[in-house]
Ligand binder design. Structure first.
Ligand code: BG6
Length: 484
């Protein structure tokens, strides 16, 4: 099944930080793929902006190399690459000074969509917004795209929102959380709100608990400077995992429209209880398997920053009171796998008597890899010998179910950048949402800092510290295994 590609309107997209890792690794190769798929109109232009002086041709050479590095040879189309490169130009801009701004302003065409992607460190977000405004690049129809981290805590997120609001309206600000651009994350909403099957059962009365796992095999080597000031709580829980939790827990929005969806997500965040210290486990990976420890990777032998977090959260509203949400994320774990598991309650009474191994229904939404949905149901084991129950999975891998076209699931960034051009904010975070997420996160971090807690060390290639297992054992539950 091949997806329908609808070209977007003509646009000028400026990428600040165009020579950086995110731009060359994700944004530009993603834009190339959209172009090769026919989604960019003839009049789409991309302007790279960064501090170092460089000619258009040198920039194109750099982007050609970036596309080659990001996309395997058999998926590259030489002609399409060359056509894509003709859309590119470059301007050297000093984010905090005057250099380059008049040249940039002169490049922008007034009659097309203008978007400015801030693919730079958070310290420059405010300066860029201010410069764009000063040079008249903030008209009603202009959009800015702001990368994470959006603040380091509530106070800095508020300050950043206030700075951006001086120069742009909320409807012009696209705060990226790339998890929202993942195909299966959007599918969460489709599964919940386009089927009758699940929604009536989607509540504390029928759901025993929910597990959200985002496990990674990589460590933090190479980005230790950023990561050590952040840690798993700020890097993953406050944003990506919070978004997953919201999509699982929210009430049905009245429409799949930006404010309708974001209003419902905000209510979930506000309904989150504070997390008790006993319901939180932090970990840090040891050396092993020929790789260095967390301390080696961040070059800070005394660091207390966590590379793993597991916690139990409660959403205090009518729908969810009493159903815990267990969240777990970490680096250097056994496998790269992200999934949401909804574990339903046992039937109230078994007419088949007690049978070992017979467990409740389970719905697993696999975000990556092998995107898909699995529903575990209990059936009778075939054959004679009485009524023996077994569990079988109804397993749907999207790649298998939807055919070869579905294997080309676009990268999250591709989807999100096209949404910016279309002017659709549904999959972007609103300012109040980000602030609410920090308002929940801040006291958790403040509490462990006040206690001077050290994270527990864990072996690389496993499933995190012992205590993370205990978090569920204590409640008579078990984490699902982390496996590829
Ligand atoms: C980023 C985090 O936002 O998300 C990284 O900063 C993390 O630490 C990454 O590795 C995970 O994204 P994905 O798409 O690979 O699951």
């Amino acid at each position: 099944m091949v997806s329908r590609v609808i070209p977007v309107d003509p646009f000028d997209l400026v990428i600040f930080g165009a020579t950086g890792d995110l731009s060359t690794g994700k944004i530009l190769p993603g834009l190339y793929r959209r172009d090769a798929d026919g989604q960019l109109p003839e009049a789409a232009r991309i302007v790279g902006a960064a501090r170092s002086p460089m000619g258009d041709e040198d920039f194109r050479t750099l982007v050609r190399a970036a596309i080659h590095a990001a996309i395997p040879e058999k998926k590259r189309d030489r002609e399409a690459i060359e056509r894509f490169l003709t859309r590119l130009s470059y301007v050297a801009v000093d984010a905090t000074g005057e250099d380059g701004w008049p040249e940039l302003a002169a490049k922008m065409r007034p009659d097309v969509v203008q978007a400015y992607y801030f693919s730079v460190g958070p310290g420059l977000f405010g300066a860029l917004a201010e410069r764009l405004h000063a040079h008249g690049m903030n008209a009603e129809t202009c959009r800015i795209v702001v990368e994470k981290p959006f603040g380091h805590d509530l106070a800095s997120a508020r300050a950043l929102n206030a700075t951006l609001a001086e120069h742009f309206d909320e409807h012009q600000i696209y705060r990226i959380d790339h998890y929202l651009g993942k195909e299966t994350v959007q599918n969460l909403m489709a599964v919940r709100f386009a089927n009758m099957l699940f929604e009536p059962l989607w509540k504390a009365q029928y759901v025993d608990h929910i597990q959200i796992t985002v496990a990674e095999t990589v460590g933090v080597a190479g980005r230790g400077g950023y990561y050590d000031k952040s840690g798993a709580m700020r890097d993953m829980v406050q944003n990506h995992m919070m978004q997953l939790l919201c999509l699982i827990a929210m009430e049905p929005p009245y429409a799949f429209e930006p404010d309708a969806v974001r209003d419902e997500k905000l209510k979930v965040i506000r309904a989150l209880d504070p997390v008790r210290p006993a319901d939180l486990v932090r970990g840090q990976y040891r050396a092993g398997g020929g790789m260095g420890s967390y301390h080696d990777d961040v070059e800070a032998p005394d660091s207390r920053t966590e590379s793993f977090v597991a916690l139990k959260a409660h959403v205090s509203n009518w729908r969810w009171k009493g159903t815990p949400f267990y969240l777990r994320t970490g680096k250097r774990l056994r496998a790269r796998t992200s999934e949401i598991a909804v574990i339903f309650k046992d039937p109230p009474h078994s007419i088949f008597g007690d049978q070992e191994g017979h467990r409740a229904n389970l719905l697993v939404i696999r975000l990556q890899p092998n995107e898909g949905i699995k529903l575990k149901v209990t059936i009778k084991e075939p054959g004679p010998g009485g009524m023996r129950l077994i569990e079988v999975p109804l397993d749907m891998s999207f790649a298998e179910a939807l055919g070869p076209g579905a294997q080309e699931i676009p990268d999250a960034y591709e989807r999100l950048i096209m949404d910016v051009i279309r002017g659709n904010q549904t999959l972007f975070m609103r300012g109040d949402e980000v602030e609410a997420a920090w308002a929940w996160t801040d006291p958790i971090i403040a509490a462990w800092e006040a206690r001077g807690d050290r994270p527990q060390s864990y072996d690389p290639g496993g499933s995190g510290p012992e205590d993370a297992l205990m978090l569920l054992h204590r409640d008579g539950r078990r984490w699902r295994e982390i496996r590829p």
